[in-house]
Design a protein. Structure first.
Length: 145
């Protein structure tokens, strides 16, 4: 397994909003709001999920790891909040909000000036208290609770 590199992760994370924008902006609603049936998500739902994650998940979890370590569990992540929070928004608004939040989060991440030791610190997941991998994992946005 390749050793985690924060600069490389930031390079990928910084490109995600523009990549999604290039692939999806301007497509008809019929394309971005369709899903494949029960328990599936549309592109609209997925981008809404990414917005919620930017606002409530990966940076807050990273801060908890840095400030409290395993002493405080992460706040639970509502994996379905986008269905409530995206109501009334256009797909273009979600793309723009995701880009803005990602840019702000990456600036905050850089400002933390994380050191090698910071990337090995551990946190505690809210379900069952199992230890997560360290701050390096928290600094990688993902779509899991």
């Amino acid at each position: 397994m390749t050793e985690f590199s924060l600069p490389e992760a930031i390079a990928v994370l910084a490109r995600t909003p523009a990549t999604l924008d290039a692939l999806l902006r301007g497509l008809p609603d019929a394309w971005v709001r369709c899903d494949e049936g029960n328990d599936t998500w549309s592109a609209f739902d997925i981008v809404g999920h990414l917005v919620v994650g930017e606002r409530t998940d990966w940076m807050p979890r990273l801060r908890i790891i840095l400030e409290d370590g395993e002493a405080r569990p992460f706040d639970p992540f509502d994996r379905f909040a986008q269905f409530r929070e995206s109501k009334g928004k256009s797909f273009q608004q979600l793309l723009e909000e995701f880009a803005r939040l990602r840019k702000e989060n990456l600036a905050a991440l850089r400002a933390l000036n994380l050191q090698r030791d910071d990337l090995t610190r551990r946190g505690r997941h809210p379900r069952g208290g199992a230890s997560q991998s360290g701050a390096a994992r928290a600094a990688r946005p993902r779509s899991s609770g």
